[in-house]
Design a protein around this ligand. Structure first.
Ligand SMILES: [Mg+2]
Length: 391
């Protein structure tokens, strides 16, 4: 089998209601989809996390090296691309582009062998995963002390046993909102907070001490991703588990995170940190360090499916324990018109649990009409073409 063609699909959808996290507002959702064709008639799909127009440029420039290659040799292709760009692309956009390519190759591999990716990776250890609701962003109008507790209670009513709150809007306000959300969801639902690296270590420790009484599942990205010393300071000062890693890349980047003892939970994004091949390696490294692995997930149904395939083979966090200690799936509940539209069968939850797709490859079928419907215009105004920063 040989790769005959590679297409990119940059998708865009305006949101009915913009929302904000601590770094930026979202007025549109964008996606960058990779489609790889073969001479066997098999097509593989992947997705890149990150600024869509920029990851598209990366993938388009890598594409000529892939034509004629055997798509089953995904490890060979990964190492070849990484080695070609090592001097310039050890982190960031290059690895995000490589991630989408790697996911598409695994989709081809699964379809070729008639097996889901997780089976080819030696699984499954689990066929369904508990999900937590990612939401609780800020809105352009209304009182967050009113609408955030209401939204959180809505997730609990849907069956979610865990929710994540965006913080990073000022220590005092964050602490008060965290209390209000905890009171709304009661004591039996897990509550995590995510600052999206809004703070330095001093402010993050101050906030952490104020919210420790509210039984916080983890404190995500308290400080900038480059500041591993800051992570260690926050971690040593607080009893709350410290999470991060959605802005880190490859086994080499996570080697520093793990050896420095910076985090209790790492959150590589399968569509950014190097794809399925690399994230499995990172997960095995994390297990060797006794660090939990809960992937960051923020994309379309392709990214959801890739993350679920990986989650089916992630090591349990405490392998000798009888208590459930499985990784937990990040299920973005914010508005995303493209997320399910590109799938012929949506990936949904039942009472806060999501099934791992069982079909060949990623286990999904793509609705090509949706790719056309959401195609981002090449004549888009300059303001629209500046993709919002990733969350
Ligand atoms: Mg996050």
């Amino acid at each position: 089998m040989k790769i005959t063609n590679l297409h990119t699909h940059v998708l865009e959808a305006a949101l009915a209601e913009p929302f904000a996290y601590s770094r930026a507002w979202y007025g549109t959702r964008m996606a960058m989809i990779v489609e790889i064709e073969t001479d066997a008639g098999i097509t593989g799909w992947g997705e890149c996390y990150g600024p869509a127009w920029m990851t598209e440029a990366v993938v388009k420039n890598i594409a000529p090296w892939l034509i004629g290659a055997d798509p089953l040799q995904s490890e060979v292709i990964w190492q070849d691309i990484y080695a070609r760009f090592r001097d310039h692309g050890q982190k960031g956009l290059l690895i995000e582009g490589l991630s989408g390519i790697d996911i598409a190759l695994w989709d081809i591999k699964g379809k070729h062998f008639g097996a889901p990716v997780h089976q080819l990776m030696g699984g499954p250890l689990r066929t369904e995963v508990q999900a937590y609701a990612t939401g609780l962003y800020r809105r352009a109008s209304g009182d967050p002390f009113r609408y955030l507790p209401e939204e959180a209670a809505g997730y609990v009513a849907e069956g979610f046993k865990a929710v994540k709150l965006k913080v990073g809007f000022g220590v005092a306000e964050d602490a008060a909102i965290t209390r209000a959300v905890r009171e709304a969801i009661g004591p039996d639902v897990a509550l995590m907070v995510d600052a999206n690296h809004a703070y330095d270590a001093v402010a993050a420790i101050k906030l952490g001490r104020m919210i420790e009484p509210f039984d916080i599942g983890w404190f995500e990205e308290p400080v900038p991703p480059e500041d591993l010393a800051g992570y260690r300071a926050v971690r040593s000062a607080l009893s709350i588990p410290i999470a991060g890693g959605e802005c880190e890349f490859t086994r080499f980047g996570f080697r520093e995170v793990l050896t420095s003892g910076a985090m209790d939970i790492i959150q590589p994004d399968t569509c950014a940190a190097g794809g399925l091949s690399e994230c499995k390696k990172i997960a095995d490294m994390a297990a060797a360090f006794g660090v939990r692995y809960n992937p960051h997930v923020w994309g379309t149904g392709i990214g959801l499916a890739a993350s679920l395939q990986l989650m089916a083979v992630l090591p349990t966090h405490t392998p000798t324990s009888l208590a459930p200690a499985h990784p937990i799936f990040e299920f973005d509940r914010t508005e995303h018109p493209i997320r399910q539209a590109i799938l012929q069968e949506p990936i949904e939850h039942t009472g806060g649990t999501v099934r791992v797709p069982q079909g060949p490859g990623l286990g999904i079928e793509i609705d090509r009409q949706a790719l056309t419907r959401f195609k981002a215009g090449s004549d888009a105004p300059a303001g629209r073409r500046r993709a919002p920063p990733s969350h």
